[in-house]
Design a protein around this ligand. Structure first.
Ligand code: ZN
Length: 353
């Protein structure tokens, strides 16, 4: 599971399906193989030793992401939660993005993985391993018919909310500085979703839940607690980041956290400015390791969904991060755990072997 001398990265979050949906849809998906504007494609994955990860299906809110990012470049900000998205609209977008993922598999660009063993085999073979993940469960109906159909299409991970209300919960706004405790947590539908996901062996992603929602899942779920792409609130006091109490609950459940590369969640000042040294990522990892231990921290890049440190640029820049880890005196075994080993461990526990 190496690329040259380096362990491959298996990563907790990317939004490449959203970007492909916006650009050429299913018919234009070939650009993933040949090269595209963005963070992840086959040439960049090969150059950087990107072995795969959680591929999010996500229905964007109307409005301009650039406006949100401009607001988040300010010294403090409070971006309100966007309006809910109607289920038919979210479902149509989910079908479009799952069709793109299927097309990528047909093209041989990746494999949709349903078990940790399948991911391991992909890493060994040099095939990109993709987990079908739904970020924000707007597409899911209260009777879980869509959940059942998506499960058969490969769905193995779901976030009950993005930073936007759903029938399942409320979501955390993009606010700095702010506690993650910003409002009410899961609804009754949300608690039923947790129960159903536990029964089906679907991972429940805590990123984008507010603190009340986090504790609702912690109480209701019998699975390890996982935040696929979130950082340490002690370093960057952003509403999207996790307090030390939340991290301790994740450790107690034997779950894990994937480090988000989004600059607004990395920087001490929470600003959406990409001039961030890689050492800042290591400060978060050190803090996460201090509470979670070596087996419960990984990466959750948010590639193709976030502004990442300029120095990293894209998946092709991952060797710089591995080098920074080695220079920071992380040993080979720890670097391998951070790059992919811990994700495999937690997925095996969550999904069953
Ligand atoms: Zn996200």
């Amino acid at each position: 599971m190496t690329s040259g001398a380096q362990p491959l990265v298996f990563d907790g979050h990317n939004d490449v399906l959203l970007q492909l949906s916006r650009t050429g849809g299913v018919a234009g998906a070939e650009v993933f193989q040949t090269g595209r504007e963005g963070h992840i494609d086959i040439p960049r994955a090969t150059a950087g030793g990107f072995g795969g990860g959680f591929f999010a299906v996500f229905a964007p809110s109307p409005g301009n992401k650039a406006t949100r990012h401009a607001e988040m470049a300010k010294p403090s900000y409070d971006v309100p939660l966007p309006a809910p998205i109607p289920q038919p609209q979210a479902l149509a977008e989910a079908m479009r993005q799952v069709a793109i993922l299927n097309r990528l598999e047909t093209l041989g660009a990746l494999k949709i993985c349903r078990t940790a063993a399948e991911i391991r085999a992909c890493l060994d073979a040099g095939t990109i391993a993709a987990i079908l993940h739904v970020e924000g469960a707007e597409a899911i109906d209260p009777d879980f018919h869509v959940l059942d159909v998506l499960y058969r299409a490969g769905l193995r991970s779901i976030g009950p909310v993005w930073s936007r209300p759903t029938i399942f919960g409320h979501g955390v706004p993009f606010r700095y500085p702010s506690s993650p405790d910003t409002g009410p947590g899961l609804t009754d539908h949300g608690l039923r979703l947790v129960e159903r996901c536990n029964e089906m062996g679907i991972l429940i992603d805590l990123s984008h839940l507010n603190e009340a929602g986090f504790w609702d899942v912690a109480r209701a779920s019998n699975a390890p607690l996982v935040a696929t792409h979130s950082n340490a609130h002690a370093i960057c006091p952003h509403s999207r980041n996790l307090s030390d109490n939340q991290l301790r609950a994740i450790a107690d459940s034997d779950g894990m956290v994937g480090l988000n590369f989004a600059v607004a969640f990395l920087r001490d000042d929470g600003r959406m400015i990409d001039d961030v040294p890689l050492g800042q990522m290591l400060r978060h990892i050190d803090h996460l390791l201090g509470i979670l231990g070596e087996d419960r921290v990984g990466l959750g890049s948010d590639f193709d969904g976030a502004t990442v440190p300029k120095e990293l640029d894209s998946a092709a820049g991952l060797p710089k991060l591995r080098r920074a880890m080695a220079e920071h005196q992380y040993g080979e075994a720890l670097i391998e755990k951070l790059c992919h080993g811990n994700w495999l461990r937690v997925l095996e526990k969550t999904w069953g072997a």
